[in-house]
Design a protein around this ligand. Structure first.
Ligand code: ZN
Length: 199
């Protein structure tokens, strides 16, 4: 019988080396990246929306935060809540206006969710959903749909001084999701109300 000894459980021989740890961490990071990549690109959203989602995940969307990093002088203020500076994470995840869109979907789908800090974290953790094939397909594009609606609302406010109520934006977000799904996975559902009931 072998005497007791310390073993590192991530190595088959039980021995720890910095080289092995580095390779292991590298693999984990690559898997995370792959998960994000798959969640952004392997879905039924229109191509331009996938490209936009990629920018949001990479924090490359032209928010005030990015413009400032590029050296532009901007007086930054979130166009949706007017309460704090406009950063990628605030606009797409934590703004109280955007939170209402997230909460609408979580409540319609009876999902318990704690909001993450970064858009990339959200995309990496966006869970798979059980259910029919079509349910899995529309579930995957909810982040893109919310971000697309928020960005359009933000740009309307920024460039055209359009003010739209949160109710309008919520409804528009559902219509957008319905429209994308209608072309791909829910041919049998004719009405938006019926679609919302099936979420
Ligand atoms: Zn805000």
């Amino acid at each position: 019988m072998e005497p007791d000894r310390l073993r590192w459980r991530h190595s088959s021989e039980g021995s720890f080396t910095v080289n092995k740890l580095y390779k292991r961490e590298n693999n984990i990071m690559q898997e995370e990246e792959l998960k994000i990549w798959r969640n952004v690109w392997k879905n039924i959203a229109p191509t331009k929306v996938k490209c936009f989602t990629w920018l949001v995940v990479r924090k490359a969307c032209l928010t005030h935060e990015v413009l400032q990093k590029k050296g532009r002088v901007v007086v930054t203020r979130c166009f949706l809540c007017n309460e704090t500076r406009e950063t990628n994470n605030h606009l797409f995840l934590h703004c109280k206006f955007t939170a209402q869109l997230w909460n609408m979907f979580f409540s319609l789908t009876k999902t318990v969710w704690t909001m993450l800090e970064h858009t990339a974290d959200l995309m990496s953790c966006w869970m798979k959903r059980r259910g029919s094939k079509s349910k899995k397909k529309w579930w995957r594009i909810i982040p893109s749909c919310i971000w697309w609606s928020v960005w359009r609302k933000r740009n309307g406010r920024c460039f055209e001084d359009k003010i739209r109520s949160v109710h309008d934006v919520k409804w528009n977000c559902l219509e957008t999701l319905f429209f994308w799904c209608k072309q791909n996975c829910i041919e049998e559902i004719e009405e938006l109300v019926e679609f919302v009931g099936a979420l």
